[in-house]
Design a protein around this ligand. Structure first.
Ligand SMILES: NC(=O)c1ccc[n+]([C@@H]2O[C@H](COP(=O)([O-])OP(=O)(O)OC[C@H]3O[C@@H](n4cnc5c(N)ncnc54)[C@H](OP(=O)(O)O)[C@@H]3O)[C@@H](O)[C@H]2O)c1
Length: 291
């Protein structure tokens, strides 16, 4: 397959390039090459490569930043997707797009399935829901993959932030009242490859297996990086003054993915340990500028 990855320098984009690139002809572009908010940029980028599939990992992902930069957030996350969906539809190209657990309000206490009602409680979630609406309206052949709590080698993420803080601070305070599923970007990229190669279409939830709070996530990060001297205190979300609200519970059911592909993802602890040991083994903890 000829695959064009949008946002190839981002967290997921970097791993998509590697995982998809090991079996397919892959080209990547990012904000230095094109602006997803410009229809003509999108049209020229897609025309230049003429791919069989476009995988859109470009997004505005600063959840708190979206609260103050609403217009930019909607331009990139929603209007950008409309641009790409229209172009892919005209050229009969499959479009793979990513959405988030933050399209849900978190009031459910069982894993969210693909058909559950969306009701985002922050601007980021609203913009991603709008991207889903545009995708369904404009794209003819699409894969919409909802994922959550993503981390990987590239970019800013919770794992790197915790490892960096653990180097400098004796005590960390982490919220214990938000439950979700951490997802390693390599595992997600492998799932994308599986879905693409199997010619699947429609909406899929894909995360690592299992669930935890951010507090439990942080405890494991520090444990796998073997930093015993740091103390982690569990706090409630109300004790943090963050701009965006987060859902209290946003576990995604991956049953459909498992049923259709006959494969499953790894437990989050296994994937996390692999990531921490391989990428940030104790002697190689991230320098502050990497985190
Ligand atoms: N991160 C998570 O926890 C999470 C959770 C659920 C779902 N997702 C979804 O998963 C996907 C991948 O997320 P990620 O964490 O890999 O994102 P990321 O690391 O922020 O990467 C996004 C890439 O898109 C680029 N970009 C931003 N504005 C653009 C524009 N106008 N035109 C072209 N490119 C632009 C970014 O460039 P700059 O860095 O220069 O802005 C960056 O390279 C997104 O759809 C995201 O919404 C992420």
């Amino acid at each position: 397959m000829k695959i064009l990855v949008l946002g190839n320098k981002g967290q997921l984009g970097t791993d998509l390039m590697e995982v998809l690139g090991s079996a397919h002809a892959v080209q990547g572009v990012d904000i230095d090459d094109f602006d997803i908010t410009s229809f003509s940029d999108c049209r020229e980028t897609v025309a230049e490569f003429s791919p069989d599939a476009v995988v859109n990992a470009a997004a505005y992902t600063n959840v708190d930043g979206c609260e103050t930069e609403r217009d930019l957030c909607f331009a990139v996350n929603a209007e950008g997707v409309r641009n790409i969906a229209r172009i892919c539809s005209d050229r009969e190209i499959k479009l793979v797009h990513f959405s988030t657990d933050y399209v849900f309000d978190g009031t459910k206490r069982k894993p969210y399935v693909e058909e559950d009602l969306c009701n985002p409680i922050n601007v980021y979630g609203q913009s991603k829901l709008q991207s889903e609406i545009y995708l369904k309206e404009y794209a003819r052949d699409f894969l919409l993959i909802r994922t959550a709590w993503l981390y990987g080698r590239t970019g800013k993420n919770f794992v790197k932030t915790i490892l960096d803080k653990a180097r400098h601070e004796k005590k960390l305070r982490i919220v214990n009242d938000q439950i979700g599923s951490p997802t390693y970007s390599v595992d997600l990229a492998l799932a994308v490859r599986l879905l693409l190669e199997g010619n699947h279409a429609g909406v899929f939830n894909v995360t690592n297996r299992g669930r935890c709070s951010w507090y439990e996530f942080a405890v494991r990060i520090v444990q796998y990086a073997q930093i015993p001297e740091v103390e982690i205190e569990a706090i409630s979300s109300g004790m943090l003054q963050r701009q965006a609200l987060r859902p209290a519970y946003s576990v995604l059911s991956c049953r459909k993915f498992i049923q259709e592909t006959k494969k499953t993802t790894r437990y989050w602890q296994v994937a996390l340990k692999d990531f921490v040991m391989k990428t940030w083994g104790k002697k190689n903890l991230p320098k502050p500028e990497d985190a």
